[in-house]
Design a protein around this ligand. Structure first.
Ligand code: AIR
Ligand code: ASP
Length: 287
């Protein structure tokens, strides 16, 4: 799985936002007022995290590298990092507007993001609205079947173990998070799902499922971290069922950059601008 993020230790001081309130306008894109990028703290499969001159902020660089199947399939997809940074920035603002705190603090150029420094909780939280991927395989359900309620799953973020599915007792026994934190994470994940699902459906995209990572800031507050992009979500066109996400790479379908660019176009468009059929139809998905 992907999902590498600002695993930086918070520097002790409370993080300061580098832009106004979420949704208040364009994010910072460079120039005076931005903290300076310092040394590399951590490099994952899709992102690099740097320290900055502000101890409360890290600098996240989105790479063009793509991997799947625990790093066994790899490629370089020029332009992917930029698209993921821009899509994530937009979707983090949607989540903030819904009242869920995130690590997003602004863009620093087109493929770089400033984020509040957090310690990543090594749990991948997957939320599903429609059957796909490993759920179809594990439970023998047909891909494309809508789920009667959102399904929330926890995975232990351990590449060497293949990110196994775990439950709350495992999370407690492994010391990954306290019970109250697991409650909070579940509530945040469901609130994020509601906000993103509605926002995307208005733009002609079905949010099939997605993976979230959370972190603790210096004060112990839990923030949504990592990214929200076609690398971490399944987005299907509402009308055609076309895959507009990393499954294009996983399944060797090609056209990744075109698909990710289409997602960016739709998330930055107004509601109803997403596709000719946006705002019409039942939201049913063909696969
Ligand atoms: N995901 C899980 N690990 C890494 C990622 N990106 C995301 C997938 C998919 C969802 O989690 O992109 O959106 C569920 O994946 P799966 O493979 O369990 O069906
Ligand atoms: N399996 C992850 C994914 O498909 C990536 C990886 O593990 O290399 O998102």
């Amino acid at each position: 799985m992907t999902g590498t993020s600002g695993a930086a230790a918070a520097g002790g001081q409370a993080a300061r936002p580098v832009q106004g309130p979420a949704g208040a306008g364009p994010a910072a894109t460079g120039g005076p007022g931005l903290p300076r990028r310092l040394e590399r703290l951590y490099e994952g499969k899709a992102k690099v995290v740097y320290r900055t001159s502000d101890p409360g902020l890290v600098w996240i660089h989105f790479k063009d590298d793509t991997t799947a199947f625990d790093g066994k399939k790899r490629a370089f997809i020029p332009g992917k990092g930029r698209l993921n940074a821009l899509i994530s920035a937009h979707l983090f603002r949607v989540v903030e507007d819904a009242g869920v705190p995130t690590h997003f603090a602004g863009l620093a150029g087109e493929r770089d993001m400033l984020a509040r420094a957090v310690k990543i909780i090594p749990i991948e939280v997957v939320v599903r609205n429609v059957v796909a991927g490993s759920l179809a395989r594990r439970l023998g359900l047909p891909e494309g079947q809508p789920l009667p309620e959102a399904v929330v799953e926890l995975y232990y973020k351990r590449d060497d173990l293949g990110d196994p599915l775990i439950n709350r007792s495992h999370a407690r026994v492994l010391g990954l998070a306290r019970d109250e934190e697991l409650d909070r994470i579940q509530d945040m994940a469901l609130a994020i799902n509601r906000a993103l699902r509605d926002f995307l459906l208005d733009r002609g995209l079905v949010l099939v499922d997605f993976k979230l990572e959370f972190g603790r800031d210096a004060g112990g507050q839990i923030l949504l971290a990592d990214e929200i992009s076609p690398d971490t979500c399944r987005f299907w066109d509402r009308t055609t069922g076309q895959r507009l996400d990393k499954d294009r790479f996983r399944q060797g379908l090609g056209g990744e950059v075109e698909a990710y660019a289409e997602v960016l176009r739709r998330v930055t468009a107004g509601a109803g601008d997403g596709s000719p059929a946006a705002g019409a139809g039942t939201g049913e998905v063909r696969s």
